[in-house]
Ligand binder design. Structure first.
Ligand SMILES: Cc1ncc(COP(=O)(O)O)c(C=O)c1O
Length: 399
């Protein structure tokens, strides 16, 4: 060992880091790679061995400490997985080629023929489609519930309910579920809970610490943070992750590549910093919109008028910058407003550097259809974004 890399072991080891900033930035010195401060990209499909005995030993523990084949365990991907597990407070993480690959693998790892799923009725659309329609052909039934009501979860549970699927906050109407309460109820009936934690990120919400079993993320959003990657992750305890890795991960094969993992890791380094900025800018823009005459309601859990603001403060330590407004203005006018915005681009996804806008017609609690505009507040100056919103709206009144 050379003098510059002495910190890799022994008395000089840094203490267990606590803050997300430190967890993300700090690594013990890695002497396997000449002290390189970022993990090299292992662009290889397979790993070779000096002896047949070593090969056989590695095959026995392919998803443990050995590397055999990159569909199973690639060092660059594994490095990202360790970081994400640490951030969420989970024992194990596994990265996937997309958020949906992570969600479908996690769900399939829990349910089988004849089982029943309870799913929040505002969860991400393709996740609902997967559980509600696709899984029907394998004899799995799904009931969609008002996730904000603990009573609704309880009322719809059946003896064969194996999974409660949450997403909190939801990503169109920003409704919360009480994670500790739903988690405790699931445990009482012997069911597993999965939550989509994409909105809050592990920086602002750690559901495993509140009693949820498995966390999934679309890495495509804040975690990668630059609109240049598609990926997903499942994080949880070894007791659930081991079978998920052996079956849904290895057999369905929806892996993340080493190149993507390295790009995600580069984005992850600034996640807490970006989240601080997203939080403050998102709240500023949301507060501004809450005073506008064309806005019936702002759906942002960080605003005191959000009906679940208290719960939000209890289970999250900060807020994402994706929120929506409900408006009584005609849908066409809202779409024209979106078209006239300069800094908000029209497009799906979110979590990158750039602000985005989409217009939706959605059912509300009463069953009535209402008009919504969803904003993602990026890293621009929030005052420029507010001026953009005001100017574009004013230009519609001039005609
Ligand atoms: C809340 C949420 N979960 C999951 C997904 C799916 O992620 P991916 O597009 O990476 O498959 C998305 C994508 O928009 C999302 O918004």
């Amino acid at each position: 060992m050379t003098s510059h890399n002495r910190k890799s072991g022994g008395v000089n080891d840094a203490p267990e880091p606590e803050s997300a900033y430190t967890k993300i930035a700090y690594d013990p010195l890695d002497t396997r790679h000449y002290g390189a401060v970022s993990m090299p990209v292992y662009q290889n499909s397979l790993f070779a061995f000096e002896s047949y005995a070593q090969f056989e030993q590695a095959i026995q523990d392919e998803n443990g400490q050995f590397h055999v084949y990159s569909r199973g365990n690639n060092p660059t991907v594994e490095y990202l997985e360790r970081k994400l597990a640490e951030l969420e407070g989970g024992e194990r993480a596994k990265c996937f080629g997309s958020g949906m690959a992570a969600i479908s693998a996690a769900v399939l790892s829990v349910v089988g023929q004849g089982d029943h799923i309870l799913c929040s009725n505002q969860a991400y659309g393709p996740a609902r489609e997967f559980m509600g329609n696709y899984l029907k052909r394998f004899g799995v039934e799904t009931t969609f519930v008002d996730g904000s009501s603990l009573e609704a979860w309880k009322a719809e549970a059946r003896p064969n309910t194996k999974l409660l699927y949450l997403e909190s906050p939801t990503s169109l109407q920003f409704e919360l579920q009480d994670l500790a309460a739903v988690g405790a109820f699931a445990r009482s009936i012997g069911a597993v809970t999965i939550i989509d934690n994409t909105w809050a990120t592990p920086v602002y919400q750690q559901p495993l610490r509140l009693g949820i079993d498995l966390v999934v993320h679309s890495i495509t959003k804040y975690i990668s943070g630059h609109s240049d990657c598609v990926g997903g992750v499942v994080i949880g305890p070894n007791r659930l992750m081991e079978s998920l890795i052996r079956s849904e991960y290895m057999l369905l094969g929806g892996i993340m590549t080493a190149q993507t993992a390295a790009t995600v890791m580069r984005g992850l380094r600034t996640l807490p910093l970006r989240m601080e900025r997203h939080q403050s800018s998102g709240l500023k823009v949301a507060r501004h919109l809450s005073g506008r005459p064309y806005v019936r309601q702002v759906n942002h859990p960080g605003l005191p008028e959000h009906p679940q603001h208290e719960l939000a403060l209890r289970q999250m330590s900060g807020f994402g910058s994706l929120f929506s407004i409900q408006s009584d203005e005609p849908l066409d006018k809202l779409k024209e407003w979106a078209t006239r915005l300069r800094y908000f681009k029209i497009g799906v996804s979110w979590g990158g550097f750039e602000s985005l806008v989409t217009v939706h017609r959605l059912p509300v609690r009463s069953g009535e259809m209402r008009n919504f505009v969803r904003f993602f507040v990026g890293l621009e100056n929030p005052d420029d974004l507010i001026r953009d919103l005001d100017d574009a709206w004013a230009s519609l009144q001039d005609e």
